[in-house]
Design a protein around this ligand. Structure first.
Ligand SMILES: [Zn+2]
Length: 312
């Protein structure tokens, strides 16, 4: 992951050069960690017991550092491809798949499950069973974007938990065989240079609904751990995620609220700027209502979704 530019707008000390400074060390000698490979959320999941196993892919040159971190944190690791000793399960040719957890036997079980079904092995990673089931069904059909499917499965009114916001988490949601999808993703990353989107989430799995109780429970523990050890970084994440999002499709949405740091989709610049200048949105019978600049009311037609992640 490239170093972040100085104008990132993060609370001071939260993130610098791709490293997260920890106010409270994770172990003797671990007072800062990499923002990625693994992400802090994944590491927090393992250290709190919310995830028996997590995985990351890393370049051979980074592996020694990762192994050193595991030793200091008293965690086990397993090179999944070496263990399985067969081809066909690489993310790409250069990176190695590394499983990390507290118990070796669980790493081995996860590696075996991964070889059988990359979409169903989520239970071995501690993802709630309801979410694994929903994700697998979506993955088999892929008729609509995952966020829309998740929103449709979300019942009830009121704000949603920001820790479940996965709108710009494209892991396991991309169709890399589709050139249009690949091009859109590249354009999206280009538009958000300076934001470390690969690590900008609290739960690394896709929840079955934005009110999934099992996900909320785990997310609370994971975010609590992150906030205890790196309060500035946790605030940065909250600032990114705890927003109202107006969503059309996979690469067209608008995160409302203050400009920095704010994720920008591929929505046309004019609409994005207009929505960013609006006050909070609310649902009405006609669609989504916003107080536009100059107090002019704006109504968006019904095909737009309002995902309100402004939970406390
Ligand atoms: Zn669930």
């Amino acid at each position: 992951m490239a170093a972040l530019p100085a104008n990132f707008g993060a609370p001071s000390g939260a993130l610098s050069g791709g490293r997260i400074a920890l106010a409270r060390p994770l172990a003797p000698g671990v007072s800062a960690i990499d923002a990625n490979d693994p992400t802090f959320s994944d590491l927090a999941g393992v250290l709190t017991g919310m995830k028996p196993v997590t995985y990351t892919d890393c370049f051979p040159a980074q592996f020694r550092r990762l192994a050193g971190l595991c030793r200091k944190l008293k965690l086990e690791y397993l090179l999944a491809e070496d263990y399985l000793a067969k081809a066909g399960h690489h993310f790409n040719n250069q990176k190695k798949m590394v499983l990390i957890g507290k118990t070796k036997s669980k790493l081995i079980a996860a590696a075996k499950a991964w070889a059988v079904s990359p979409s169903a092995w989520g239970t071995y990673l501690g993802y709630p069973a309801c979410c694994v089931k929903k994700y697998s069904a979506w993955s088999d059909g892929k008729k609509e974007d995952l966020v829309r499917a998740t929103a449709r499965n979300t019942r009830g009114a009121g704000r949603l938990d920001f820790r479940l916001n996965n709108v710009w988490n494209y892991f396991s949601r991309m169709n890399f065989e589709n050139p249009a999808d690949r091009a859109a993703y590249a354009a999206f990353l280009d538009r958000n240079q300076g934001l470390d989107l690969a690590s900008s989430h609290v739960v690394s799995w896709h929840p079955c609904s934005y009110r999934c109780p099992a996900s909320v429970k785990k997310a609370e523990v994971i975010f609590g751990f992150m906030a205890r050890h790196a309060p500035d970084y946790a605030e940065l994440l909250r600032g990114l995620l705890a927003r109202q999002v107006i969503f059309w499709d996979k690469f067209r949405y608008a995160a409302l609220g203050p400009a920095l740091p704010r994720v920008r989709s591929l929505l046309d610049a004019k609409t994005d700027a207009l929505l960013a200048a609006c006050g909070p949105a609310s649902r009405s019978r006609a669609g989504i209502k916003l107080a536009g600049p100059g107090k002019k009311a704006l109504t968006l037609p019904k095909e737009a979704l309002l995902l309100d992640f402004r939970s406390a």
